[in-house]
Design a protein around this ligand. Structure first.
Ligand code: WTA
Length: 652
């Protein structure tokens, strides 16, 4: 942890309070703040009782014997219970009128649309599951999924879940190198991909990156390729690569869902931590099913007739929990869109909302800030009258963006749920319940029932109201990560050792006199760039793998659009001189090593990096230099830095 708690302050002073309309509250699942508090207190007094009540709303092949087995920091939920999340997302609904309800409404970026009913989705999942089995994929195997935002991505996940294979979805924006590392860490047996997808009018090829990654992935035996863009330049390796349409051609529509243990590994999702190596966050079946199911229902106040749209990419946890598993386990209609928000024009999202009459819309503050920049004429061209609830996730929302969202999109009638959670938490942890909780722009408000949170000092003592500290979760919850895949020790050390006895989230926060939480951002070396998590160490190791680079330090700098931008300081090998060309080369190099999302925004060449006497890079100082770019020139000289460094050295 590089910032002491006393450093964590917030400039937010926000007094505006917005309460849901009485009409909204009356129709909501949770109708008043008193009702929320009653449920919250009941759950806090008897978490196991609370969670098992919720779990009973899902179908289990056999009941659990014990709700929770907690050997700090290792949890088992619904011990001995057997279920299958694919069964709960599909088969369960086929017995009701939902059989012909739209499960997924999809729109491709070029404009085509597909609607898969629950019955049709079930059929596609069963067929692909049978194809996986026919190619030797078995319960317990890991399968990497590297796909564009098309229904087959959800089908692939549900098919893996159905047969008990653990999926590891890798965001399509990651490079071949990043894909390779993730495949190898998980020892995946197969990859599911597509020839490509569409983004901003361009074809984004995926299969070539898979081919490149697989030069160095000995565990991969099979590759399944969905034809999306009809790319004629795709090569298929005999015996290893199979077209999706071929493997599903002659299989049965019927595939019994495996009866899986509640703790059976459902998926691994890699996320950035404080070291160069991404962490494989492991989620298991039962607890994750329960938490995603109930949070989707209560936070989005989901009704049978709603059309619900979460704009995230399924390559991130938000897409896993709130495009696929949460909505489908509720029998909801989930809209899925393939492409960019500003293609062909900056009103694509508003166009989709009117076209499909979307009622619930969940997006990221970074997207809202982009819409603000593009101008209010774009949303004003559309009615948006179908909307009744808005949500945000991924980073703190600044009150201006909140107000814009409230006025221009919500027409001052839609509650906004600002939801705080993480890849590790699996499901939403701090959030308003829209019919119950008065909202204040910039605050995620209160913890979800069953979630016990606090703001503490490094020693684990609660801090007083309005004093900054570390955000922690004090009791286990069903959808908590179970470990870092293959590395229990790192799991223990990263999440359970910083603050005694608590889950350490890595965020700074304060709590106000209403008990509302205000999240202030990461306190570790993790950056939040446009709502995407990046590790400074990962960027640094990408840079030093370039032959011209001797040493590198990456820090975040505040950015009005992205939240944080990536600023790097680079020292070069053997007296090489920096140039604009080299900057461009380094940007491309980082894109190749990690993905375009990690490209540095600012690169400064420097003679040396400022270090403490013990040799630690003085990141706080670099952050200050990066933030105040106007005071120090583009090429920071050692002299500039060392003067500042001397001033700061004793403070670090
Ligand atoms: C940040 C995304 C403020 C936070 C679901 C957290 C937020 C990290 C919010 C997790 C929010 C997420 N307000 N900050 N509503 N939601 N964050 O794993 O720093 O991609 O630790 O999960 O995003 O990012 P991740």
């Amino acid at each position: 942890m590089s910032h002491p708690a006393s450093d964590i302050t917030s400039v937010l002073k926000e007094g505006r309070v917005f309460s849901p309309s009485s009409e909204f509250s009356q129709n909501a699942h949770i109708k008043s703040f008193a009702e929320y508090e009653e449920i919250y207190n009941r759950a806090a007094n008897d978490p196991e009782g609370f969670w098992s009540e919720i779990a009973k709303e899902l179908e289990w092949f056999s009941p659990w014997e014990k709700v929770l087995d907690w050997q700090l920091p290792f949890a088992k939920w619904f011990v001995g219970g057997k279920l299958n999340i694919s069964h709960n997302c599909l088969d369960r609904h086929l017995k009701t009128w939902r059989k012909n309800k739209a499960a997924i409404i999809w729109e491709g970026e070029p404009g085509e649309s597909r609607i898969l009913t629950y019955q049709a989705l079930h059929r596609e999942v069963c067929r692909f599951a049978n194809a996986l089995k026919a190619h030797g994929i078995e319960k317990g195997d890991r399968v990497a999924i590297y796909m564009p935002m098309i229904p087959e991505l959800a089908i692939a996940m549900l098919a893996c879940a159905r047969i008990g294979a653990t999926h590891s979805v890798v965001f399509g924006g990651f490079s071949a190198n990043a894909l390779k590392d993730r495949i190898n860490d998980a020892q995946a047996k197969a990859v599911i991909t597509a020839d490509g997808g569409y983004r901003r009018g361009q074809e984004l090829p995926l299969k070539p990156a898979v081919d490149e990654a697989l030069e160095d992935c000995p565990t991969i035996k099979q590759v399944f390729v969905y034809r999306r863009t009809n790319n004629q330049f795709i090569t298929m390796k005999e015996g290893r690569d199979h077209w999706w349409h071929d493997v599903v051609a002659n299989v049965s529509d019927h595939c019994e869902a495996e009866q899986l243990d509640s703790e059976h590994p459902l998926f691994i999702l890699y996320t950035s931590g404080t070291t160069g190596k991404p962490k494989g966050i492991l989620h298991t079946t039962g607890g994750y099913s329960v938490s995603t199911y109930i949070t989707t229902k209560w936070v989005f106040d989901l009704k049978e007739e709603d059309t619900y749209w979460c704009t995230a990419d399924i390559g991130w946890v938000t897409g896993h929990s709130y495009i696929v598993y949460g909505p489908l386990s509720n029998g909801a209609t989930s809209l899925m869109y393939e492409g960019a928000p500003n293609w062909p024009y900056p009103d694509r999202f508003w166009n989709l909302i009117d076209k499909y009459q979307v009622n619930i819309f969940y997006t990221a503050p970074t997207a809202i800030r982009a819409f603000i920049k593009w101008g209010e004429e774009w949303p004003k061209r559309h009615s948006l009258a179908s909307l009744r609830l808005l949500g945000t996730v991924g980073e703190p929302i600044n009150p201006e963006a909140w107000m814009w969202y409230h006025k221009l999109i919500g027409k001052e009638k839609c509650p906004i749920v600002d939801t705080w959670w993480q890849t590790e938490t699996g499901a939403i942890m701090i959030t308003p319940l829209p019919g119950a909780t008065p909202t204040v722009p910039g605050s995620a408000t209160r913890p979800f029932p069953g979630i016990i949170m606090d703001v503490v000092t490094k020693k684990g003592e609660s801090v007083p109201d309005n004093v900054g500290g570390y955000l922690v979760i004090k009791k286990p919850w069903p959808s908590m990560l179970r470990t870092i895949y293959g590395d229990d020790e790192r799991y223990k050390q990263q999440y359970w050792s910083e603050i005694p006895g608590c889950y350490f989230a890595g965020d700074g926060a304060r709590r106000d006199e209403r008990g509302y939480f205000w999240i202030m951002g990461r306190v570790d070396d993790v950056l939040n760039v446009s709502g995407h998590r990046l590790s400074t160490m990962e960027i640094e190791s990408a840079l030093v793998s370039h032959p011209a680079v001797a040493e590198a330090a990456a820090v975040g700098r505040p950015d009005p659009l992205k939240g944080e931008a990536v600023a790097v300081f680079v020292t070069l090998e053997g007296g090489r001189k920096g140039s604009e060309d080299l900057k461009q080369e380094l940007r491309e190099h980082v894109a190749k090593e990690i993905g375009a999302l990690a490209k540095p925004d600012d690169i400064r060449f420097t003679d040396a990096l400022p270090k403490t006497r013990s040799g630690k890079i003085m990141r706080r100082l670099l952050r200050e230099i990066a933030a105040g770019s106007e005071t120090i020139g583009d090429t920071t000289t050692l002299e500039d830095i060392s003067i500042l460094a001397k001033l700061r050295e004793d403070e670090e």
